[in-house]
Design a protein around this ligand. Structure first.
Ligand SMILES: [Fe+2]
Ligand SMILES: [Fe+2]
Length: 456
């Protein structure tokens, strides 16, 4: 197996920034939580091997976060990004919860919808939140396993929202039954959210206030000691934090990624991306399949095909930063919403360009909505500026968009999709790619394949 010189921590750190986008947190939240949590781990004398697992649990704690975004949006008729951010500041007391609900339910919706939403929350609030958290945690743990992390890491992600006093969700387990990694991750998450919104003193006070209820008192005490150390807050708030966290990966040896491992990471992250909206379920996987069919038909070698498959899996990673109120809107987007939607391509490029191993993939992520006639976005590139790799992925992308359900229309048959593609050939997409896909599909009974994948 080929070994490449890329540290796993570097990749996971960069991907954690995509998770911050989905959570609506200020950029770097997962990295800061990692810094806080590993300090607590060291403070309580955790051995190196465990510290390394804790480190990855902290970076990946929000892996399941995209999976309940659509549901939050539908239930609360609100922008899921601001909902998630503000929800984390609520401590569970009735007054705070009601203020939050009234402040966040259907801010842009009509009175009748708002009334129904509030009624639904009052009647089913607990169940709804438990369901949301269960989905989020289970999905996150599964994806952690797919990324080859240990059961301890998966378990840490799974139980992130359980509280020390049993008042957490979804299981309501208490005390030592809550895995240590989850206890540290929850505390670190809250500490960062409060220090970002109201400063270090607010974080210290909030952790002390929730000690014994949300948090393990021993960990709250360890945090208080860590927080009193000179330089702790300055490092946490410094511009170099990313490098500091990368350099401080616990364990005697940093974990290195292989090419096969990178494929697994891309595939696992595609699930995070696709879980964001019911309409994108399976999209990244299918775009990877169509991309590979085109590439094979064009005689591209295995190395090139592997690169293209990764690019296809990650092309829409920027959608994590777009609210579901836009992604899932059943009607036409207004100007502001359309601007928000278009930004996903820039977000994709920005996220991927920070990952050394995926920096070539970043260009495809940024350009997959460009058109040969210069009418695409975000840059309006012209044909000469759009390389073949981009043309292949964007053809696969639009083919899947046409043949899958969309919020504004039902899926169309493959023959109709090709008629549309051929009509726009040379203006929107490359005729060579369209023909290659058509030839490949003639050889493959794809109506069956696509239906089977969609049902899976
Ligand atoms: Fe896209
Ligand atoms: Fe796409």
């Amino acid at each position: 197996m080929q070994t490449i010189q890329i540290r796993l921590a570097e990749i996971i750190e960069a991907l954690s920034k995509a998770l911050d986008l989905t959570e609506g947190q200020p950029p770097g939240h997962c990295i800061r939580a990692c810094f806080i949590g590993t300090h607590i781990g060291r403070e309580i004398g955790m051995p190196d091997g465990e510290l390394q697992e804790l480190y990855y649990t902290l970076l990946l704690k929000d892996l399941g976060c995209s999976s309940n975004a659509a549901r939050i949006c539908e239930l609360y008729l609100a922008d899921d990004l601001s909902f998630k951010r503000d929800f984390k500041l609520v401590d569970g007391s009735l007054g705070q919860v009601l203020r939050f609900v009234l402040g966040h339910t259907g801010v842009q919706a009509g009175l009748a919808e708002r009334f129904r939403s509030i009624l639904n929350i009052v009647q089913n609030g607990g169940e709804i939140v438990t369901g949301l958290i269960r989905t989020r945690c289970q999905r996150g743990a599964e994806i952690a396993r797919q990324m080859r992390f240990s059961e301890s890491v998966a378990d840490g992600v799974l139980n992130l929202d359980e509280h020390w006093n049993g008042g957490g969700k979804p299981l309501g387990i208490a005390g030592d039954s809550v895995p240590l990694f989850s206890r540290i991750a929850l505390l670190s998450q809250v500490a960062d959210i409060f220090q970002m919104s109201n400063g270090p003193d607010a974080a210290i006070a909030e952790v002390a206030k929730r000690a014994g209820s949300w948090f393990d008192p021993a960990l709250a005490a360890a945090f208080a000691r860590v927080a009193a150390r000179p330089g702790f807050w300055a490092a946490l708030r410094s511009d170099d934090l990313e490098a500091i966290v990368l350099e401080s990966e616990p364990g005697r040896q940093a974990i290195m990624a292989t090419e096969d491992y990178l494929d697994d990471i891309a595939a696992a992250f595609a699930r995070v991306i696709d879980a964001k909206s019911p309409y994108t379920s399976g999209h990244s996987d299918r775009v990877a399949l169509f991309t590979d069919l085109i590439a094979e038909e064009m005689g591209i070698d295995e190395g090139g095909r592997r690169f293209l498959r990764r690019a296809a899996l990650l092309h829409d990673i920027g959608k994590l930063g777009v609210s579901n109120s836009v992604l899932d809107k059943p009607g036409k987007l207004d100007d502001e919403e359309w601007m928000a939607m278009k930004r996903h391509a820039e977000f994709s490029e920005m996220i991927l360009s920070h990952i050394g191993a995926f920096s070539d993939v970043a260009k495809i992520g940024g350009a997959h909505h460009e058109r040969l006639d210069g009418k695409g976005y975000p840059r309006g590139l012209t044909a000469e500026e759009i390389p073949m790799e981009v043309r292949i992925v964007s053809t696969a992308d639009v083919f899947d968009a046409l043949t899958a359900d969309r919020p504004y229309r039902a899926a169309m048959p493959i023959s109709r999709a090709f008629a549309i593609l051929r009509e726009g050939a040379g203006q929107s997409h490359d005729p060579i790619c369209i023909e290659a896909l058509e030839r490949a599909l003639r050889k493959t009974p794809l109506e069956v394949t696509v239906a089977a994948r969609a049902a899976a």
